[in-house]
Design a protein around this ligand. Structure first.
Ligand code: AHG
Ligand code: MN
Ligand code: MN
Length: 295
């Protein structure tokens, strides 16, 4: 029986270049999970997207940026909660994109929320295909950390002895069985609605939890498709290219799946602005290819 590896052992052995970053993310996760029960309610501010910020959004944003600043590993960060790119260390190596707390609207009901990281060496903003890694933390029921590099996608569970390796080299199961779609059905574009009705007719199961990180995680484990699509009244959908869609598109690609904004891989999109939204569809390659044909 193989010895269970700790996150630190695994990442130092397999992804040395970003080991320091991933270990720092694990420390950050532990502290955030301890703070979330207390950081509740609405703050009295809005972010650059005009969304009312929660106390937890602001606290996690400030905490994570502070921790990476102290680590001296990070040159700049672009957080969903900050309108501009934040400078941390002139001689830092990495540039990080951040959604400090994804799924904030789930906080009231204690549904799944998480943190999403994109890891670059190139200066931001840049295409998602320039990521050298991506990761997300899921706060519960068992706190998990998933990270991907060009080598593989790996999952770790938090235990009283810290994060341990649970699954390595995760690949999307074929065929998928789930679908989860954001926005209101009445606002989906007719062609997209027809595509989804086709999946329903084939028996795909609806799983929608209201946080990208939680809904993405389900597709990663069961296969299928998650989308926050272009809507009639919001042609760019809701998800942010840099903080949300690029990191998850990187992870799904390393797991053998694909992403699209309707026309082509999200990872190829040349950012027009650092706060750009993008229609986001991720899942099994076959499903994404079929979707592109009908869109
Ligand atoms: P965030 O909490 O970081 O703003 O992200 C919320 C996003 C994403 O997590 C989720 O897929 C989507 O908002 C849900 O939007 P609706 O509430 O419109 O369904
Ligand atoms: Mn988010
Ligand atoms: Mn967020």
């Amino acid at each position: 029986m193989e010895k269970t590896l700790t996150l630190k052992e695994y990442v130092k052995k397999n992804d040395k270049e970003i080991a320091g970053l991933i270990v720092k993310m694990a420390d950050i996760a532990e502290r955030i999970s301890q703070e979330l029960p207390y950081r509740r309610g609405k703050a009295d501010t809005k972010n650059v997207f005009g969304e009312t910020q929660l106390v937890a959004d602001k606290w996690t944003d400030k905490f994570i940026i502070g921790e990476f600043r102290k680590s001296r590993l990070v040159k700049t960060m672009k957080s969903e909660e900050q309108g501009e790119i934040v400078k941390l260390n002139d001689n830092g190596i990495f540039n990080i994109t951040l959604d400090p707390l994804d799924g904030s609207s789930n906080m009231k009901s204690n549904n799944l929320v998480g943190t999403i990281f994109g890891i670059y060496k190139k200066d931001l903003p840049t295409q998602g295909k320039n990521q050298i890694g991506a990761a997300y933390i899921l706060y519960g029921p068992v706190m998990s950390l998933v990270y991907a590099t060009k080598n593989s996608v790996n999952k770790f569970f938090y235990t009283k002895k810290g994060f341990i390796l649970k699954q390595k080299n995760i690949k999307l199961p074929e065929p998928g069985i789930l679908y989860g779609i954001g926005g209101l059905r009445k606002d989906w574009l007719p062609k997209f609605r027809k595509y989804i009705e086709g999946l329903e007719a084939k028996g795909y199961k609806l799983r929608y939890g209201g946080s990208f990180v939680g809904d993405f995680n389900q597709v990663l484990h069961y296969g299928g498709i998650f989308a926050y699509p272009a809507l009639i009244n919001k042609p760019n959908g809701k998800l942010r290219l840099s903080a949300e869609s690029n990191p998850m598109s990187y992870i799904i690609k390393q797991a053998g799946g694909a992403s699209t904004n309707g026309a082509g891989s999200i990872l190829d999109i040349e950012p027009e602005s650092i706060n750009q939204r993008i229609p986001t569809y991720v899942g099994n390659k076959g499903l994404i290819k079929n979707l592109e044909k009908i869109l």
